[in-house]
Ligand binder design. Structure first.
Ligand code: NDP
Length: 246
């Protein structure tokens, strides 16, 4: 067990797989109780945590839907004594040139990645103790630069970093708000139908020349929630194999 996490209550969204599942598991290993939320019931994540002796429960929540998010936080307010840390991992990607991108596709990416971050962030801060809490949003290295054929995703991730920077100022010094900005991480998101082998090869043209593992993002989320990260707020922290050096 890692010091400082025992008895902590943590919400992880997007906990069904990928980075979210890794975050849920690492917090549980460290001694926290983890509420694993996802669009589809993250039952596998919860079972894995419990099988390893950890404490977790699952919730179905669409982060883009205000009523669904509100239901999640009603459950938190009724069942949790405190909400100490939230890691918002839910996200979707979309690759298509601008002229072929429909308004519905744009809206969908914005709804999950940006509106979802807004809804989860606002309700988390309402639910946390006014004097303490850690909010960690998973943004992207694409929060810092543009990339052809990813405009809605890139715009949404720039927006997430914007929310983090505003909230870090608004809720200082009590609630610390940071973004994690991963580079290419080996999850289902990178294996999505449009990500060709050529595209994946291009992704590896970074100094560390490999995909990151979801656990490497989870380790940084754990650090940001812990006692040694008390002087960090408003940052977009790169865990990216050197993909960008802003
Ligand atoms: P995955 O596609 O593996 O996982 C995304 C998770 O988000 C899934 O569990 C999915 O649920 C869930 N999700 C999708 N839509 C919603 C929704 N509306 N409400 C609740 N949950 C939802 O991706 P990653 O783990 O790679 O991505 C996690 C985060 O990290 C995302 O925000 C992504 O943008 C970001 N990121 C990822 C990078 C990468 O290279 N992988 C790089 C930079 C950032 P379900 O399984 O039920 O579909």
């Amino acid at each position: 067990m890692t010091q400082g996490y025992d008895g902590m209550n943590v919400l992880v969204t997007g906990a069904n797989r990928g980075i979210g599942a890794a975050c849920a598991k690492i917090f549980a290993q460290a001694g926290a109780h983890v509420l694993c939320a996802d669009l589809n019931d993250p039952v596998e994540t919860v079972e894995t945590i419990r099988a390893a002796g950890g404490s977790a429960e699952s919730a179905i929540c669409d982060v883009s839907d205000e009523i669904s998010v509100s239901g999640l936080f009603t459950r938190i307010s009724e069942g949790f004594t405190t909400l100490d840390t939230v890691v918002n991992c839910a996200g979707i990607i979309h690759e298509r040139g601008l002229l072929d991108t429909t308004t519905a596709e744009f809206d969908q990416v914005m709804a999950v990645n940006l509106r979802g971050s807004f809804l989860i962030g606002r309700e988390s801060i309402r639910a946390m103790h006014p004097k303490s809490g850690r909010l960690i949003m998973i943004a992207s290295d694409l929060s810092y630069y543009g990339r052809e054929e990813f405009a809605p995703y890139v715009a949404s991730k720039h927006g997430v970093l914007g929310l983090v920077r505003c909230w870090a100022k608004e809720f200082a010094p009590n609630i610390l708000v940071n973004a994690l900005c991963p580079g290419p991480i080996d999850t289902a998101m990178l294996a999505a139908e449009n990500m060709t082998p050529e595209w994946r090869a291009k992704e590896l043209e970074i100094p560390l020349a490999r995909f990151g593992q979801p656990e490497e993002i989870a380790q940084m989320a754990l650090f940001l929630a812990g006692p040694n990260a008390a002087y960090i707020t408003g940052q977009g922290i790169g865990v990216n194999g050197g993909s960008i050096m802003p």
